[in-house]
Structure formats: structure tokens, C-alpha cells
Design a protein around this ligand. Structure first.
Ligand code: MG
Length: 171
């Protein structure tokens, strides 16, 4: 069985907040506004995984009215969501995401973001691809009002771990 999922998120950029994307803190004069750390990339990834499982969206699982999630490091939500993937007998085939930001320049951080996200799900970093683009100065993102992210994932039925297989060895 394979399952596909799509996630999208956008948050407003404001002064006085830390900028966290893909779990990585990025030096910038503004950060994203939200109840959590407002990590749009990780939120889009969570929504893609939840979508693939048919489990609604991130707001259903982690309501932004719940004080438990105030200022939470969103990468911990990704860990929690991926535990559900495993509990559903599924595993990640691959994840592909794009971050839309006019500033700052994100290419130096893409690799580290993929690493942090892979670590949080305990999957191989090679399964995760992070892309970054500006919007060529167009629209709200182009004017620096916010940052958005889009993510797709493919899940499949989990293959049994080696060593867990049938003792006769022919299973
Ligand atoms: Mg969000």
C-alpha cells in the first residue's frame, strides 16, 4: 500500500522572534509569529504526513488554543506525528518540500534542515529533500511579510526490520 500527502503552511514575519525553519535556527532580524515556534516547514511536513494517513491536519492534533503547545519546538511535533506513521504500519518513502522566502537566503541551511527533520523521525536523511525559493519580489512573501512552505510525502507499508523476520529464514 502507498499513501500520498500534501502540506502547506504560511506564517507572518515579525521583529522580536527567532526564525526557526526545519528545526534549524537561522540568523535573521525577524522571526515567524505563531503559538508554537511557527516553523512553517515542519508544520507543512506534519500536515503532509497526517494527510497521507487520512488523519486530518496539524490543528486537529495539536490545537493552537492548547497551552501545552505554546512556544513548542515544532520538530517535537514531527517526532510525534511520525510515531503515528509507524504505529499505522507505514514508513516514509520520501519527503519533498519547498520553502518560499524572499529573505534570508536559505540555501546554506537546507542540508542541516533535512538532517534535523530526518533525525526527528529517525529516518535516513536521503529520504528528505528541501528546496528554497524566493517569489521574485512578488506578493506578500516577496514583500517580506511572511514565509510559506509546501511539502509532499509518500508513505508505504513498512517492511519488517531485518532480524525480526521469520526464524526459518524463508519468510
Ligand atoms: Mg503553522
Amino acid at each position: 500500500m502507498t499513501r500520498i500527502g500534501l502540506g502547506y503552511d504560511i506564517h507572518r514575519l515579525v521583529p522580536g522572534r527567532k526564525l526557526v525553519l526545519g528545526g534549524e535556527t537561522i540568523p535573521f532580524e525577524k522571526g515567524l509569529l505563531g503559538h508554537s515556534d511557527a516553523d512553517v516547514l515542519v508544520h507543512a511536513a506534519c500536515d503532509a504526513l497526517l494527510g497521507a494517513m487520512g488523519m486530518g491536519d496539524i490543528g486537529d492534533s495539536f490545537p493552537d488554543t492548547d497551552p501545552r503547545y505554546l512556544n513548542i519546538y515544532s520538530i517535537d511535533l514531527l517526532t510525534a506525528v511520525y510515531r503515528r506513521v509507524n504505529a499505522s504500519g507505514l514508513e516514509l518513502v520520501n519527503m519533498d518540500a519547498t520553502v518560499f522566502a524572499q529573505e534570508p537566503r536559505l540555501s546554506p541551511y537546507k542540508d542541516r534542515m533535512a538532517e534535523r527533520m530526518a533525525d526527528s523521525m529517525s529516518v535516513d536523511k536521503g529520504l528528505i529533500n528541501i528546496k528554497a525559493t524566493t517569489t521574485e519580489g512578488l506578493g506578500a512573501i516577496g514583500h517580506g511579510d511572511g514565509i510559506a512552505a509546501m511539502c509532499v510525502v509518500l508513505l508505504r507499508s513498512a517492511t519488517p526490520k531485518s532480524g525480526n523476520s521469520c526464524p526459518s529464514g524463508n519468510g
